[in-house]
Design a protein around this ligand. Sequence first.
Ligand SMILES: *Cc1c(COP(=O)(O)O)cnc(C)c1O
Length: 393
Amino acid sequence: MNSTECRTRAENVLMHTYGRYPVVLDRGEGVYLYDTDGKKYLDFSAGIGVFALGYKNEAYNDALKAQIDKLLHTSNYYYNEPTLLAAEGLVKASGMDRVFFTNSGTEAVEGAIKLARKYYYKKTGSADSQIIAMEHSFHGRSMGALSVTGKKAYREAFEPLIGGVVFAEFNDLEDVKSKINDKTAAIIMETLQGEGGIYPATKEFIEGVAAICKEKDIVLILDEIQCGMGRTGKMFCYQNYDIQPDIITSAKALGCGVPVGAFAATEKVAAAFEPGDHGTTYGGNPFVTAAVAKVFELFEEQKVLENVKENGAYLYEKLEEFAKETPSVVDHRGFGFMQGLEFDHPVKDIAAKALENGLILIAAGTHTIRFLPPLVMQKEQIDEMMEILKKCI
Ligand SMILES: *Cc1c(COP(=O)(O)O)cnc(C)c1O
């Protein structure tokens, strides 16, 4: 099917929820994607932070193929080995005690909110609780996750959402403190805000919040869906700080392409859930957890964290140079393989131009280009990206 026919037919049957670029992607290899016309693209978005190990990773693909021929799905009424191995991998990588697998990031956030509310309910006997969430945050599109997402334009048409959510300014400890009261069950934030424009939490802020949560027995939920799984050079972004969250959420690179998410909690908080409190039909089935288990193995074998540390610093250096010599760049934020360049104008045109020139870039908010490459990206391809980026300004 040619590209025009595919796009025209798709526009007739798919809901108009995305402004898609006029490209029909066909296959991937390493850090490159190819469209149906055979044009090659260097991928600096990794399917929005998903394909950490690169495309057509043989060991990963083989593990999935083997699982397809064994067992795709059972239900959570029975045990299976891939789910166990994936959960052990996540427990080890995160320092959490217990895991619940979901089908997506937004569902992981839903589960985290439910667990925090149940913990508060068990502790106080009251269901009248509040959650403090952050301005400019993004936690997903389902009703609970949307309720804690700090972007009014995403929420407004869908209200009423879940109640008891109070927003505070990210990186403003005093503002968070002023919003805490006896009803505060949880504080939820991304450790490094992604969609909102690539804003890392400052050390004083996140360590301050963690200390208050500990003191007042408030559940600290860190959304690590985008910034976790190696993207900042540690398995989870909060490991860059001296803190211990009570619940974390994960998805995106957790499955490296299969639809899977998870929330994980400390024993103390996880113990609030009893049989019947939460469930899912597909969540964590053997197909997706075979992928997750393999992802944890390959992260070690392929020394993914080492690569992010080394080449994330290289990317930082290159973007910093570029920021200094480009007047329209107003800020450079983030670290590892999660960085952003803020411009003094909307960046939609830059992303479109990059695509024409064989480079996939995505925005974060209206004015920031977000660099979210596969975690196996090398210096040579960072140089290649910089060349194309310069052409697009
Ligand atoms: C992508 C994202 C989500 C939502 O994940 P989905 O799989 O799209 O539901 C939630 N939180 C953060 C921080 C994200 O980046």
